[in-house]
Structure formats: C-alpha cells, structure tokens
Design a protein around this ligand. Structure first.
Ligand code: ADP
Ligand code: MG
Length: 342
C-alpha cells in the first residue's frame, strides 16, 4: 500500500512555526481534503508533499519510500506527483495541446504516442475540440481543465490540488467538482485537495483533515466531522450550530431529548459542559423550553432562526415558516453532542 504518510511534520519560516507536529496517513487512491481557514498552513503542507518546500522536522513517506526528513529531500520531479494550482499556471505562448503535452515532451515521449496521450487527456476533461487554441481564448473553468489534463498525462501516483476552484464562480464550481470526481475515478490516483471551503471539501472528499494554526484538529469522514467534532473549534468551523453550556451528566456524549431538557432546566451552578446543538435538531413546538425569536432569515428552502433562551444563551434553529420577531416560542432539543469529552 503506497499510502502518503506525514509523521510529526513541522515547518518553521524564519522564527514563525507554520506547521507543527502534523501526523496523517492518507490512504492510497483516496480523495482527501485539507480544510482550514486562510493562513492555517494548507499550501505549505501541500508544497512539502510536492517537494517544493523543505520540511523543518518529521518525515514524509510514500509507501515505504522516504521522500523527506531533516536530511533527505527527494526532488519534486522524482516524486511521481502532479500539482494543480488556483492560478492554472499554463504557458501563454503554447496551445492547449502543447501545454498538456509538455510533461511528455520533457520525458522524450514524441510523435504519435504523445499526440494520442494528449488527445486522450483532453477527452477526459471534454476539451478535445480546443486543442489548437491558446489558453487566453479559454474561460477560467476551461483553463483549469487544461491544467488537469496536463496533470493527467504524466500519470501521477498522487495529485495535489491547491484551491483549484477558488477563481471560479459558484455555478461553474459544481460542474468542475464533477470533473474532479470523474478525473479521480479515471486515474485511481491519491488526491489531496486543499480548500478553505467546507462545502467543497465535504462534497468531494471521503476523508478530511481539518487544520487550524498549523495543527491538525481532526481527521475523519465528513459525517464524523459534522456529527462528532473533536473540539469546539471544529464544531464552530464545520456547519452551523449553537454551543450551549449545560449541566449534563459528564459520562454521556450523545445526548437525547430527555437528557437535554433535564440539564437545560437545571439552573444551579456546578459542573457544566459545552454541548453542540445543530439547527436541524431544534424543533419549534407548543411545549419545551421557552425561547424568544431574535432573528428570522429566509434562506430559500427554510428560515434560519436565532432564539434567546430564558437563561440568556442563544440557539439557532431551522423552521419551515417565518416567525415574528420578539415572539416567544416553545423549543425542543432533539439531539446534542457533548464537546469537552470528545
Ligand atoms: P494557507 O494555504 O492555509 O492559507 P499557507 O501555508 O500559505 O496557508 O501559510 C501559512 C503561514 O505561513 C502564513 O502565516 C504565511 O504567511 C506563512 N508563509 C507561507 N509561506 C511563507 C514563506 N515562503 N516565508 C515566510 N512565511 C510564509
Ligand atoms: Mg493557500
């Protein structure tokens, strides 16, 4: 198994630690994402994988092959990895076909063999008809597909993508996401997809590494990150929700309606826990806790409510109808996830 393994990776620029103690095992052939806010170290991590940046500590492995540690540094061209950037990085003076064929030219693949591989790659990204155009004559989405095709011809074992959709508009992104899925299936390569956009990461990747300030916060499947975040930072970063301070029993993590309502009714001081409540687990009902509607925002498919509970804490909820501001409603909490034991 040629998994891509990061062991206690660290990177220091001048005196700033940008990545610390990053350990991650990326399964062979998986579509994985590195997700985190701007400046958290995603690009640096990707560049270390590609060999464009040296690491300051730790080890990087591809299967049983050591790619980098404090002494070792396998140059990028010997790593069998392809990289796709936000900025496409196409050669403006070459045609689409020449851009795509360039990695083959470097490897001395010539003539009909090169032509065929270029044509096949352009077919995968549905740009067969654009072979003789120059990149300037293409839209942003088409340019990114040329960059993908260029990556494809070198048959990389690992494909590293750095926010490849960040320059494209929303509608085009959905189409391009499908292109990435197809591309991943066709190549069978290991994908590491860097993004700050959680929806993009969730809809594409089977596993996501959430990063914050150079550290790994959580590594897991999208559903796990959403339903069972490891700490309150991840809980706030992924999805919508409220974090309430409640007097819950300390040994239970998944809290049902009965436990939530018991502990929400407790007013005495004492041990309290942080509990994540997703808006879809809050129900407006005739009974339950009392809440005042502080805002009601139309979102197309539903309304997003902000409610103020009697104890002063706020709670987000989804609801199918608009509610008047300042009105008092009953609230049922269906499900909660206790954060501090996670
Ligand atoms: P992200 O891709 O998550 O936005 P980066 O990996 O680009 O984050 O950057 C992480 C941190 O490292 C930032 O604070 C950035 O300023 C710093 N950084 C990145 N590259 C360099 C560099 N070549 N020299 C000094 N600092 C850098
Ligand atoms: Mg970046």
């Amino acid at each position: 198994m040629a998994e891509l393994r990061l062991e206690q990776l660290s990177k220091v620029f001048a005196d700033q630690t940008v990545i610390s103690d990053l350990t991650l095992a990326i399964p062979q052939g998986a579509f994985t994402a590195i997700l985190g806010p701007s400046g958290c170290g995603k690009t640096t991590t990707l560049r270390i994988m590609a060999g464009l940046e040296k690491l300051s500590g730790g080890r990087l492995w591809l299967g049983d092959r050591l790619l980098a540690d404090a002494q070792t540094h396998v140059p990028p061209e010997y790593r069998n990895m392809g990289m796709v950037f936000q900025s496409y990085a196409l050669w403006p003076h070459m045609t689409v076909a020449e851009n795509v064929g360039y990695p083959l030219k470097l490897r001395k693949v010539n003539g009909a063999a090169r032509q065929k591989q270029v044509a096949d790659a352009l077919e995968v990204v549905e740009l067969g008809a654009y072979a003789t155009r120059s990149p300037q004559e293409l839209s942003g989405g088409q340019r990114q597909r040329v960059a993908l095709a260029r990556c494809l011809v070198s048959e990389p074992q690992v494909v590293l993508l750095d926010e490849p959709l960040a320059n494209l508009d929303r509608h085009l992104r959905a189409t391009m996401e499908q292109t990435f899925r197809t591309f991943h299936r066709r190549t069978g390569a290991t994908f590491v997809y860097v993004t700050h956009d959680q929806q993009e990461a969730m809809s594409l990747a089977s596993h996501i590494a959430v990063m914050h300030q150079g550290k790994l916060m959580q590594w897991g499947e999208p559903e796990t990150l959403y339903q069972r975040p490891q700490n309150d930072w991840v809980a706030r970063f992924i999805g919508k929700g409220s974090i309430l301070s409640l007097a819950t029993p300390s040994h239970i993590q998944q809290l049902d309606q009965r436990l939530l309502h018991q502990s929400a009714g407790h007013t005495q001081t004492g041990a309290r826990s942080l509990v994540l409540i997703r808006p879809e687990h809050v129900q407006i009902s005739p009974d339950g806790l009392k809440g005042t509607v502080e805002s009601c925002i139309y979102q197309g498919e539903r309304y997003l409510l902000e409610l103020r509970l009697d104890d002063g804490q706020t709670l987000s909820a989804f609801h199918s109808a608009a509610l008047a501001l300042q009105q008092t409603v009953g609230v049922r909490l269906l499900h909660g996830w206790r954060l501090d034991a996670a």
